[in-house]
Design a protein around this ligand. Structure first.
Ligand code: UT7
Length: 328
């Protein structure tokens, strides 16, 4: 490894205009605004228009991140897109984003690690930058979860929304800034807890459609317990490995899974709730997109500035879980 730093040179996001409120959902399933707010903290989520998709949102977020970094698409050396709702089964969503940015030779690929996807993609890009291989990488988290959500299942349909976030990861000669540490984990034995069955094991056919398995299935309570436990472990691991105290960390940007999960993990760690940036009330859970959307919002709101240490934590289908420590 070289002595390069991989810094976040710009952030961007894109959220579709249409809002799906709790009151809207109460017309579709047996639920209420009060129940959803109390159990999840979510008030509304964004849903794509007919002509929007993961790649159109990812491209828009990437453009905003490039503008923030003062770069043009021609400066991009690699595109990495984290998603579990790709544009198509193939080619990769990242290829569509490249085309959307007007690029025709830039390498591009997707990373599939569900809600941990953005951190997986960031760490992948980090290694490409630190090795000296690439100078500017667009790292995207983009999801159109509304297209795999079963709006007859009250347990899951209240949770998810659409959106995209992106960062430009850039080579720097200052190795004290950028991604300082990341750890990635997976346990495929837990696949059943959170999954969408369509694929080579379950090709789309009449039986699959009749049993609604084209939509994601979740075991909410089990995921809840897994997430609270992993959240706390990942924060402790990040602090320990980087020899940081909680005072050194300006902001925790967690995967926006559920306000109660975040609050309960923060309480378990003895941390003030406002040390975690939360915008789940507006967007719900957007899986791989949630951290980069939250980071972009926090950044633009002035909640983090150059030199601050920011901690990312995520957990989700796979099962996967991951953390990253970044000096922005
Ligand atoms: O990013 C990873 C993906 N995220 C997840 O997988 C979500 C993680 N889990 C959660 O966020 C929470 O477990 C949920 C929000 C899904 C559920 O909240 P909970 O506090 O764990 O509720 P519960 O599943 O223990 O259910 C409590 C009750 C049940 O009724 P009974 O059996 O007590 O009569 C549910 O049927 O709430 C009922 N319920 C609802 N009631 C109104 C479940 N969903 C709803 C709903 N509206 N939407």
């Amino acid at each position: 490894m070289s002595n390069y730093g991989a810094i976040i040179a710009g952030t961007g996001s894109y959220l579709p205009e249409r809002r799906l409120t709790n009151a809207d959902l109460a017309k579709l399933v047996d639920t209420s605004d009060d129940w959803i707010i109390r159990r999840t903290g979510i008030k509304e989520r964004r849903i794509v228009a007919e002509n929007e998709s993961t790649a159109t949102m990812g491209t828009a977020a990437a453009r905003h991140a490039l503008e923030a970094a003062g770069l043009t698409p021609q400066d991009v050396d690699l595109i990495v897109c984290a998603t579990i709702t790709p544009e198509m089964q193939f080619p990769s969503t990242a290829c569509f984003v490249g085309a959307g940015l007007g690029l025709d030779t830039t390498p591009a690929f997707d990373v599939s690690a569900a809600c941990s996807g953005f951190i997986y993609a960031l760490e992948t890009a980090n290694n490409f930058v630190k090795s000296g291989r690439y100078r500017n990488i667009i790292v995207i988290g983009a999801e159109t979860l509304s297209r795999i959500t079963d709006y007859t299942d009250r347990q899951s349909c209240i949770l998810f929304g659409d959106g995209a976030g992106a960062v430009v990861l850039q080579r720097s000669t200052d190795a004290s800034r950028g991604v300082l540490y990341a750890s990635l984990h997976a346990d495929g034995n837990g696949w059943e807890m959170l999954h969408c069955a369509t694929g080579s094991r379950n090709p789309v056919n009449a039986d699959l459609i009749a049993t609604r398995r084209q939509y994601m299935q979740i075991k909410g309570r089990e995921v809840y317990k897994f997430a609270v436990q992993r959240f706390a472990e990942l924060i402790e691991d990040a602090l320990h490995k980087c020899q940081l105290s909680t005072k050194d960390v300006k902001l925790i940007v967690p995967h926006q899974v559920n306000q109660r999960i975040i609050d309960s993990a923060m309480e378990r760690l003895g941390l003030a709730p406002d040390k975690a940036f939360v915008n789940i009330d507006k967007y719900g859970n957007t899986s791989a997109a949630s951290i980069p959307i939250a980071l972009d919002e926090a950044w633009r709101a002035g909640k983090v500035s150059p030199g601050d240490i920011v901690l990312f934590v995520a957990f989700g289908a796979g099962l996967t879980w991951a953390n990253a420590v970044v000096r922005v």
